[in-house]
Design a protein around this ligand. Sequence first.
Ligand code: DHE
Length: 521
Amino acid sequence: MVEVCRVSTLFAVIFTLSGIAATAEPDVHALYERECAVCHGDTRLGGTGPALIPETLGRMRGPKLTQVIAEGRAATQMPAFADILAQEEIETLAAYLNTPLAEVPEWGEAQINATREMTPGYTPADAPVFTADPLNITLVVETGDHHVSVLDGDSFDVLDRFATPFAVHGGPKFSPDGRFVFIMSRDGWVQKYDIWSLAEVGRVRAGLNSRNIAISHDGKWLAVANYLPMTLTILSADDLSVAKVMPVFSISGIKSRVSAVYQAPQRQSFILALKDVPEVWEVATDPDAEPVYEGFVHSREKGMIEALPSSEGLFARRRIELSEPIDDFFFSDDYRNLIGATRDTERGVVVNLNVGREIAELPLPGMPHLGSGISWDRDGRRVMATPHLKEGKLSVIDTEDWQVISTIETDGPGFFLRSHENSPYFWADVFFGPNRDVMHVIDKQSLKIVRTLRPVPGATVAHVEFTRDGSRALVSVWEDEGAVIVYDARTLEEITRLPMRKPSGKYNVFNKITFSEGTSH
Ligand code: DHE
C-alpha cells in the first residue's frame, strides 16, 4: 500500500494588526502538498490516485468527500485521515478539492499526438530473438520500481526487464497474434512493446488520468478509457497515432468519466460503461458495421429518440440507458450480456446488449469486483464467480437464470480470481485484513476450499496467472522485496520462487489472446 507522509499538522496562524490571534486557519496548500500530492499529483491532476478536481469528483462531491477523507475508501489505496487531521482541516481540504483549477490542460488530438515518442532505431525482428515458446511468455508487472519482467513460461528465466510508465494499472492488452503488448499507466501513457524483438516500440500519452485500455478484435485499434479529460481516446495500434478522441457525455449532455472499456470480440466492438451517468456505450470497430444511429436509443424518460445516422460504420456509437451508473462489469462468454454493479449499492444488473436494456437484477452485497470475475462449466451449467471487495465472500452465479447459487466464505475480502480450462480449481486471494497473506484454492465443482496457502506469513499474496497449459500457477508476493511463486497447479506444491519488486498482475500471452475462461477480460 502507498506510503502516506503523515507529519504533524501545521496551522497558519493569522494575527490581526493589533497582534491578537484572531483566527487559525489551516494552510490548505501545505496540507494538500503534505497529505495528498504524493498520490494525487502536485497539480491535483492525478498520479497513482485519481485527479481531485470538481470535474472528476463525480458522485464524490458534497458531504461524501469529507467522509472519504476522514474514513478512507474501501478497496482502494485511499487511507483514513480522521486520526491525522482535525475536522476543520478535512473540511478545508474538501472545499479546496471542490474548487476548480485555474486551468485544466486541454488534452485533445494535437496534445496527444505531440507526446508520441517512437523508439529511434527500433527494427522489428523477423522471428523471436529467443528460443522460448513465444505464446507461453508471461509478463509480470512490477509496481515496486515500475518495470515489467518478460518470463519464459517453461524455464521461468527472465528474458528481459523493461521500464514502464509510472503506475501501470489493469491488464496489458496483446495483439491477436500475441506479438505486441500495450501497457497503460494511471497517468495516461500507453506503451507498445514488441515481445519477439524484446524492445519498446513507442509510447504516447492518451489521457491525463486513465482507467484501462482495450484492443479491437482485429488488433488495429486501442481504446483508452479516461477519467481526465472525460474522453475515450482511440489510437492506431500500429503507430500509436490518434484515430479519434470521443468526448463522453450522457444523452442529456452531462459529461462523464469512463469506468472501463473492454473489447467484445464476437460483436467487433468496444463496450464501455460511463461512471457518472447511467449509460453503457458500444463503439463499432468493424469498418463494415451496420450503420448505428446516433441517438437511436430507447430513452427511459423520452421513449424512442429520433435517429440520426452516424457518418461512418467505424467507431459508430450506440448508447444503452441504465437505471444506475456502473463502476465494474463482466460479460457472459458470448458477449450478449453485461453484468454490472455500482460499488455503493447491494445489487448487480444484467444488461442484454442485443436488446439494449436491463433484463435481470442480482443481489450482490459487499461491493462485488466484477472486473475480476471468471466463468466455467458446473453440472452442465455456465457459472461465474466474483469476489467482494468489502467482505470475505465470493458469489457464484448461474448465468442462465442469474441466480446466486452459492456464497463462499473466505478468510477476508479479496481482489482477484483466476483459473484455467485445464485446472479443476480456481484461486482466490485475500487482499485486505489480517489474513492478506493467504490464497485459497477452491474446487470448481464442489465450491469447497481445498487448500489455503500461506507462503510468506505476514506478506500480501495476490493475483494468479497460469502457464499456457495450465500446469503451473504463478502467485505474486505483493511486497517491495517480493517474489513470484510458481506452484504445481495440480499438487499445489511450490516449485520455485523468483525475486520481484512488488509484483502485481501477471499475464500469459496464450491465455490472454485465447480469452482463457480463467482470466479476466
Ligand atoms: Fe484495479 C484491473 C479498477 C484498485 C490492481 N482494476 C482493473 C480493471 C479495472 C480496475 C476496471 C480492469 C481493467 C483491465 O484489466 O483492462 N482497480 C479498479 C478500481 O476501481 C479500484 C478499486 C480503485 C482504483 O484505485 O482505481 C482498483 N487495482 C486497484 C488496486 O489498488 C490494485 C490492487 C493495485 C494497483 O496497481 O493499483 C489494482 N487492477 C489491478 C490489476 C488489474 C486490475 C493488477 C489487472 C488484473 C487482471 O488480471 O487483468
